[in-house]
Every structure is written in C-alpha cells, then in structure tokens.
Write a new protein. Structure first.
Length: 412
C-alpha cells in the first residue's frame, strides 16, 4: 500500500483522484497524496472542528532529503476526499514520525478551517466589527459572520429561520470566537458545527433522512447500546434562588417552573437555580423541559461500527441526519435516530465507519440567557432610601392565593 504514497495527480480542485469511491486522498496545492496505511476522519454535530489523522510507512527512512511531508509545511491548506467527495477542508497541524526496529511511520494530522474559531481569541480590540463595550446583532448568523470575517471563514444557516435578534451582551477579552458563538447559540436555540467545506453551520436538530440505515444482521459489524436511568429524574424544578427565602410566604414561593416525567418509576427530584434575572418565567419553563427531554434522549444511545462509509444511495454518512436502526439484539426496531458523530476509519482490518446515534431530543439545545446580569444593567439603580416594607393584615393574608395549596405530583 505504501508504494502508492506520494503519487502525484493533475487536475483542478474538486476533481477526484481515482475510480475507487472509498480511496482517501489529501490535496495540498496541486498534489493528491494517496495510499495511506491507516485513516481516521471524524465529523460531529457536537464537536468542532472536524479532524483527521493519516498514517503511512516512510518510503525513504534513511534519506533525510526525501520526506513525504516536509515538517516546515505544517499549516498548509488541505482538502481531504473520499473518492470524489470532499469530506474535510482545513489545515495540516502536525507532522510526526514514529520509529522502532520494525516500523518507520509518518503521521499527518490536522483539523478543519474552523479550528481558528476554537483556538483563537476574538479580537475585540482591533476588529472593527467587534469593537465596543457591548455588542448586538440582527440575529445569530449576523454575529457569526462578524466573528468569522477576521479568519476568512464563511458562516451559513441550514434553516430559513434565523432566530430572534441578539440583544446587547458583553464579550470578555480573551474569549475565543467559538465560546462566544456557543453562548449565543444556546440563547438562540441553534446547533453550531463545521461542514465538509470548512464553513460554520448554524442548524436545528436534523429532520433530513439518509437513504438507508443500519441493520443487524446486515451492515452493522458490531454495536453497543445503553438504556440508563441513573441520570434521569422524576421532577425537574427551577427556583428563584438557592436559599429558600420564600418558604414563610408560600411553600412553593421559590418555584419558577416545574415539569414531571411520567415515565420515571419512582420519586427522584432535580432542583436547579434559574440563571435569568428578570421576571419572565418562559425561559425557566423551557429550561426544565429541555433538561427532561435531553436526559431522556441521552439515556438511550447506540455506538456501532458499520462495514461501509456510505448509505445505499452512495452518500457518505452525515452528522445531524436521521437513520433507521433495526437490531433485535439491541432491542431496537425501526428507530429513527440522529447521527451525532461519524468517524471514517480504514486500517489493516478494512474499511469501517464508527457512529454514535441517539434520539433527536438528545441533541436539543440548552436554553440560556446571555448573561446573568444583562437585564440588571437595564434597570434604574435602587433608591438610596427605600420605603419600609409593608406588613400584611390578617385579612390580606387570608385573601392571598392559597398559601398552603397542595404540592404538585412528586412533592406530596
């Protein structure tokens, strides 16, 4: 296999290097290098950026002037293809050599173009699009484009709905662009990931389907599943503050929002302090509903190894796409779950795809405010001489809402 390594091909970018639809090639400038002994290319809807690692035997172990990849070229723009399909666009990060009496391997690893968003600080000092004590934007895509611009990156939305406007928020000096985007994405309800072209993608939980799925017996080589309950709860409650200061007024005075999981067999409460500072209970309700739905989704997961990189239509497996699972041994029949991550792997054992699939709710985005104190800044300062607190008369106390009302299910 190593005899193919460093083969040179002519052709414009985007042109495949051969007839094998699963041949992996790396393009650097006008060179297409193939014949790798082992390949690992990972893409995920939950991790950024995409990443790869390619290994080959050095053809010239005793000639320092002949190298597969000169170390000084680390950082070169790189395109990885599987057959004619672009699967990753980014940069080579590292050139490594491993030597032993029986091996002399060259290892090239790298990541997608969005690595700069993850590694680098947002330049709020020199970038004109990011200057100011606080920032705002028409929507998340608008802010994503501004954060991508200094790195010559593109941002796009996979859905027509661009979400609500981004209100005034503050960026901490030193924060990475991805940390800012991830925070804003939670506020706007978007997933953020990198596509095969190295572009930043804003998306909702996927609804598109692959042409085929995974079956056992069939294309599943090995698989493992888990049905867990240890991270699930019967009642999810959001409260105003961590100290139960309202108990004398009403047993439920500190409660902002609550939801009950009817599928839990016993009482298991989870109480969390709501991060927001205003009186709007909508976010608190969304938060407890998200907490329940996500934990239900994450309690079911399948890790499987497939014998092919493609579905029956010839498309590569794609993160954030739905695929059916039929595996009686895993107690799964016609379950249509989301592909969370896929690693295209090739080594001495053959060609494999390692995938993680979970129900759609497992990938729902956690609702969150931009900052705990944003709304506080908008309020006028308190009066230096506040009026003394008023005391309720017995008649007023009797007419107040039911102070000793029954507790909701799970709190009786």
């Amino acid at each position: 296999m190593s005899g193919l390594l460093n083969s040179l091909f002519s052709g414009a970018p985007g042109v495949g290097t051969g007839t094998d639809q699963d041949e992996v090639s790396i393009q650097i400038k006008d060179r297409h290098i193939t014949g790798w002994e082992s390949v690992s290319i990972s893409r995920s809807v939950e991790q950024m950026p995409n990443a790869f690692q390619l290994t080959a035997a050095d053809q010239w172990p005793d000639d320092p002037k002949k190298v597969i990849f000169f170390p000084g070229q680390a950082g070169e723009p790189t395109i990885l293809r599987i057959g004619k399909d672009v699967v990753l666009t980014g940069y080579t990060d590292r050139y490594a050599v491993q030597v032993s009496p029986r091996q002399h391997d060259v290892i090239i690893s790298g990541r997608g173009k969005c690595q700069d968003l993850v590694d680098c600080s947002a330049d709020v000092i020199r970038s004109k699009d990011l200057q100011g004590a606080s920032l705002s934007a028409a929507n998340l895509l608008d802010m994503a484009k501004r954060l991508c611009k200094p790195f010559d990156l593109q941002a796009r939305s996979a859905v027509a709905d661009l979400g609500k406007p981004i209100p005034q928020f503050t960026v901490a000096i030193g924060e990475t662009s991805y940390e800012i985007l991830e925070r804003l994405a939670r506020y706007s309800g978007f997933l953020v990931y990198e596509d095969e072209k190295g572009d930043l993608v804003l998306d909702r939980v996927g609804t598109e389907k692959m042409a085929s799925g995974f079956t056992m017996p069939g294309n599943i080589e090995s698989a493992g599943s888990s049905l867990s309950i240890d991270q699930r709860f019967s009642d999810y409650v959001a409260v105003w503050q961590s100290v139960n200061a309202y108990v004398e007024i009403n047993p439920l005075g500190n409660q902002r929002a609550a939801v009950h999981d009817d599928h839990m067999p016993r009482y298991r409460p989870r109480i969390m302090v709501s991060e927001q500072t205003d009186n709007d209970t909508t976010l608190a309700q969304r938060r407890v509903e998200w907490e329940m739905a996500r934990r239900m989704g994450r309690s079911q997961a399948v890790n499987l190894t497939c014998d092919s990189w493609r579905d029956t239509s010839g498309k590569l497996w794609q993160p954030n796409k739905k695929a059916k699972i039929n595996a009686a041994a895993l107690k799964l029949k016609d379950e249509e779950w989301i592909i969370g991550s896929v690693t295209f792997r090739k080594d001495q054992s053959g060609t494999h795809a390692d995938l993680v699939l979970m129900p759609p709710d497992a990938f729902s985005v956690e609702p969150a405010p931009l900052y705990l104190w944003n709304r506080q800044l908008e309020q006028p300062p308190p009066s230096p001489s506040p009026s003394p607190p008023t005391t309720q008369t017995p008649a007023t106390q009797q007419s107040s809402p039911q102070q000793n009302s029954e507790l909701p299910p799970g709190f009786r």
